[in-house]
Design a protein around this ligand. Structure first.
Ligand SMILES: Cc1ncc(COP(=O)(O)O)c(C=O)c1O
Length: 330
């Protein structure tokens, strides 16, 4: 089964010559696979760099115990970090919302991100940036945690198979509802992604490429790690952030591209029906980039092929990723 999570979250299969000849305990052989896809990766934790094997945080970190922390997924292309300022601004917003003080300035964070990429000798790839609440005791009170930890991981990213972009994905509506903003606001990119993981499991079980998540009102919120767009009669529609969608950075780029192309975008409630009868549908996310959807709940969308507006938007997005961004090597 093809799945769309062949992303940074998967361990790339790296084979080292001669590895088969050595019989080692399972825990040792696991270390042979670089989770980042980078040989001799250097991982940033609180101002220092560690190898993959030695990059560790406390089991008492509330990021682990309670999912208490925040993160960003950021891409870099051709020696430039794409939309770094927007990602850091959103990180700072997430922090503010959960009363977490990021223990460095935005300028220092920018330098830490760039230096992590340099240390890993990459020009194209993906950054996972986390700020955890830090070490406390077993109680959940964040007052116990005196110093948040900053972790920056640079990885190669396995792009979704080219087929996904050429042929489009199939999605299914899942029974798991997107977290109610009054309970845990999806606008906070928190380390607590179990809601999304549950939806992802449903997509896997259904043999679909992605899960369409509805909110409590039954309207479309987003997919497990992507924003949703539909096209109808030449206009683009996407759920508002109030419907339970992350304020996606790729989503905002679609707004920019649509403005350039003279296409109207409406942020409005969308139902499953709207998806079924759409002319086109696509998803956006830093990892996924912009990917067409051609089937939803076994209904063929449009003519079952990526539509013209989707294709033009993808082409312009690709240009932007190649031409803009914060230079890494200066
Ligand atoms: C739940 C969720 N929705 C949407 C997105 C897409 O946002 P962005 O385009 O900023 O990556 C992501 C990924 O960050 C996400 O985790």
């Amino acid at each position: 089964m093809k799945t769309t999570d062949a992303t940074v979250l998967d361990e790339p299969k790296i084979h080292e010559p001669g590895a088969d000849a050595v019989v080692e305990p399972a825990v040792e052989s696991r270390r042979r696979h670089a989770a980042t896809g980078v040989k001799e990766a250097k991982i940033y934790i609180d101002g220092k760099f560690y190898s993959e094997a030695t990059a560790k945080i406390s089991v008492f970190d509330h990021g682990l115990l309670y999912g208490d922390g925040i993160f960003e997924g950021i891409r870099f292309y051709n020696g430039r970090v794409f939309r770094l300022e927007e990602h850091l601004a959103r990180l700072w917003d997430s922090a503010r919302s959960i009363c977490l003080e990021i223990p460095m300035t935005m300028r220092d964070m920018t330098e830490a991100v760039l230096e992590t990429i340099r240390q890993n000798h990459l020009r194209d790839g993906y950054i996972r940036l986390l700020v955890t609440r830090g070490t406390g005791n077993l109680g959940l009170n964040p007052m116990q945690c005196k110093s948040p930890s900053v972790i920056i991981i640079a990885a190669t990213i396995a792009l979704y198979h080219e087929d996904f972009y050429r042929k489009g994905l199939s999605i299914v509506t899942c029974a798991t509802r997107r977290s109610n903003p009054a309970a845990l606001n999806p606008a906070v990119k928190s380390l607590n992604y179990l809601n999304n993981v549950m939806a992802r499991i449903e997509a896997n079980l259904a043999g679909a490429d992605e899960a369409l998540m509805l909110n409590d009102a039954g309207n479309v919120a987003e997919c497990t790690a992507d924003n949703v767009f539909i096209v109808k009669r030449g206009q683009i529609f996407t759920p508002p952030v109030t419907a339970g969608a992350l304020r996606g950075i790729t989503r905002s780029i679609v707004f920019e591209i649509a403005a350039e192309l003279g296409i109207k975008v409406l942020e409005t409630d969308i139902t499953r029906h709207d998806v079924f009868v759409a002319d086109e549908c696509f998803l956006t996310g830093t990892a996924a980039e912009i990917v067409p959807v051609v089937k939803a709940d076994a209904r063929v969308i449009g003519n079952g092929k990526p539509g013209p507006i989707t294709i033009r938007t993808i082409a312009r997005f690709k240009e932007m990723t190649r031409e803009t961004g914060t230079p890494i090597f200066v």
